[in-house]
Design a protein around this ligand. Structure first.
Ligand code: NAD
Ligand code: MG
Length: 341
């Protein structure tokens, strides 16, 4: 059984006694910074001077400084730049300027697990990884709730790394929901596997094949969209609330019977073998190497794949249909149908 931690297991005063610098103000960065601030923590947002986020963070009443300056007297440095840029930011702006005993925090173990960042022995290396998107981490905190976190320590130089990590997890609201102890290796490998095999990669491919099968058989794209994409959320909400059993309780007996007899015809044991191959590439570092090599070259493969994804016919019918749903609100920094981000 996993070891679980809640609010009473952490001492908020620990992180409140530290100077915390959060590097980056994106999805996770804005959520961590604002939640820490609202939990009474002294927080500075560290950004590149040219960053568009500078104005946003300032408007929220946060202290903002250039990365080089913001890390200088920090006790805790949470690195929330995109994974592919962390190694460069660390080598150029963080490492030369931080204190020898600054604690380094991550929300995903990628750079530590695959050795792109190798901090010296004097630093605590901690992981506080919310199991949800940054915007939800902020929204839940504001609602008095939290997003579950998994917490780990790779290097305990101070002897206090674990209570410090738990204290941070509490300050961002994670222990309201609950924390689980993990390691950088477990978090990194399971996180990459989950998003590749199931959550992002697997689901996207399943939706596309479903849409293609229906439209190629002559059904209307709009109807196909509703059946294989729109309704997915309704099903996932039920699964999220009560597992596969609650989903099966809510759908008709016809749907439930079809689930049992056709699910295993679509997702055959070969799919599991494919998943095992994907996991092997994650564990060996082959996926990380491919991702970073492409990013270092200016991301030609990544950009081509993104453009191809946005050109799929299901992405053409979607924007029109979503206008029919008065309740689906746009996200301020998400632009429909644009590869530019
Ligand atoms: P993001 O892309 O949303 O934001 C990154 C921010 O870093 C930018 O907004 C900017 O302020 C800054 N930045 C961008 N490019 C930079 C550069 N070249 N140099 C320095 N700073 C730069 O990133 P994110 O999705 O919040 O991810 C941050 C970390 O959190 C990653 O380690 C990621 O794996 C982890 N994480 C993300 C989520 C999520 O919800 N997106 C969930 C769990 C963990
Ligand atoms: Mg993830």
């Amino acid at each position: 059984m996993a070891e679980m931690f809640y609010e009473d297991d952490a001492d908020l005063a620990l992180i409140q006694s530290k100077k915390v610098t959060v590097v980056g103000y994106g999805s996770q960065g804005h959520a961590h910074s604002l939640n820490l601030r609202d939990s009474g923590v002294d927080v500075t947002v560290a950004l590149r001077p040219a960053s568009a986020s500078w104005a946003k963070a300032t408007e929220q009443g946060l202290k903002v400084a250039a990365i080089e300056d913001a890390v200088k007297d920090a006790d805790v440095i949470m690195i929330l730049a995109p994974d592919q840029f962390q190694r460069g930011v660390y080598a150029r702006q963080i490492e030369p300027n931080m204190r020898d005993d600054a604690a380094l925090f991550f929300a995903h173990g990628f750079n530590i697990r695959f050795g792109y960042i190798k901090p010296a022995a004097g630093h605590d290396i901690c992981l506080v990884a919310p199991k949800g998107p940054g915007h939800t981490v902020r929204r839940e905190y504001e609602a008095g709730r939290g997003v579950p976190v998994i917490v780990g320590v790779e290097q305990d130089a101070s002897g206090q790394a674990w209570p410090l990590a738990l204290s941070y997890a509490k300050a961002i609201g994670g222990l309201r929901a609950g924390g689980i102890r993990t390691t950088f290796t477990e978090e990194t490998e399971t996180d990459l596997f989950g998003e590749q095999a199931v959550l992002c990669g697997g689901v996207s491919q399943l939706i596309k094949y479903g849409f293609e099968t229906l439209t190629e058989a002559g059904y209307q794209p709009e109807v196909a969209y509703f059946e294989v994409l729109h309704e997915l959320k309704l099903i996932v909400d039920l699964i999220n609330e009560g597992g596969l059993t609650k989903q099966r309780w809510s759908v008709s007996d016809t749907a439930e019977y079809g689930d049992y007899v056709s699910g295993p015809r679509v997702i055959t044991p070969v799919v599991k073998e494919n998943m095992q191959a994907v996991l092997a590439d994650i564990q060996s570092g082959a996926f990380a190497e491919r991702f970073i090599a492409d990013q270092d070259a200016g991301a030609p493969e990544f950009k081509a794949l993104r453009a191809e994804g946005e050109n799929h016919p299901i992405e053409k019918v979607g924007p029109e249909l979503r206008k029919l749903f008065a309740w689906s609100k746009p996200d301020a920094d998400f632009t429909e149908g644009s590869a530019a981000r």
